[in-house]
Design a protein around this ligand. Structure first.
Ligand code: 6PG
Length: 256
């Protein structure tokens, strides 16, 4: 695993840096094998990156017809719901660009049985990536955010999905929301060629410190579980989230 840290001025710079990396990796993957697979993040931080990619400055740089879009996680709400990660990405980007509709693989959360939703998405992954038992999908790019509690995707502190080592997708009960979330599991996220965290805002500072520099257990700060086995880990941080000395964040080659 190699790790790169970028401490940027603000959320807009995070979006631009993430969009640049997205384009670079999409171009490389399409050149290499004619396709690019990405797992999108939910929440609010990535929304401006999605809008940027669909905007004049980037839209013509992206090989939209060669990209397959997945979601790292989803709330257990219908796709039309205001909290839907699918809806956020669709409104901000996907409805504005020439992506093939059949290449948009949303998590089908209209099914009220969260376990069935997770099972169905796992089947979608196994089919798309032609996986045999025990295989993991290898995403070209996984986009992630991090909550103030150190969660990422829908891997929340102290929840059952943190221990999931064989399933690709889990239905994860989150007590504080009194609801299920559906999330890709740690082994899937760590099998990506590149994982980009986008972390903005002072409310993230304590958790970010614990994830990047503390010795707190990953179960308390699940973003600590994300360590790509072979791939590159990129932390895009703004000064509000990381007010510390950037020199303390030593980017590393494949050593660690
Ligand atoms: C979600 C996301 C979640 C998000 C973090 C950070 O479904 O909400 O998958 O993991 O990335 O909560 O969200 P913000 O970027 O909005 O702070």
């Amino acid at each position: 695993m190699s790790t790169e840290y970028q401490v940027l001025s603000n959320a807009d710079e995070i979006s631009r840096s993430a969009a640049d990396e997205f384009v670079r990796r999409a171009e490389a993957a399409v050149c290499d094998r004619g396709a690019f697979t990405v797992a999108l993040a939910g929440g609010t931080t990535p929304k401006s990156m999605y809008s940027l990619l669909a905007g004049d400055a980037y839209v013509k740089k992206v090989p939209w017809d060669k990209i397959s879009f997945f979601w790292g996680d989803e709330r257990h709400v219908p796709p039309s719901h205001a909290d839907s990660n699918y809806r956020m990405a669709y409104e901000a980007m996907l409805k504005k660009v020439p992506v093939r509709p059949e290449s948009i693989y949303r998590i089908m959360t209209e099914d009220t049985d969260a376990a069935a939703v997770a099972q169905a998405y796992e089947h979608t992954l196994r089919t798309h990536f032609s996986l045999t038992e025990g295989d993991l999908p290898e995403f070209d790019l996984v986009l992630l955010g991090m909550g103030p509690d150190g969660h990422t995707a829908s891997l929340f502190p102290g929840t059952g999905a943190l221990d999931e080592k064989t399933k690709l997708v889990a239905a994860n009960w989150v007590e504080k929301f009194h609801s299920y979330r559906v999330t890709m599991t740690v082994p899937v996220l760590n099998n990506a060629d590149c994982v980009i965290f986008m972390v903005s805002g002072a409310e993230k500072t304590p958790a970010l410190e614990a994830v990047l520099q503390g010795d707190a257990p990953p179960k308390k700060y699940p973003a600590k579980f994300i360590r790509p086995v072979r791939g590159k880990l990129v932390w895009l941080l703004d000064r509000a989230a990381y007010p510390g000395d950037p020199a303390r964040l030593v980017s590393s080659a494949a050593s660690d």
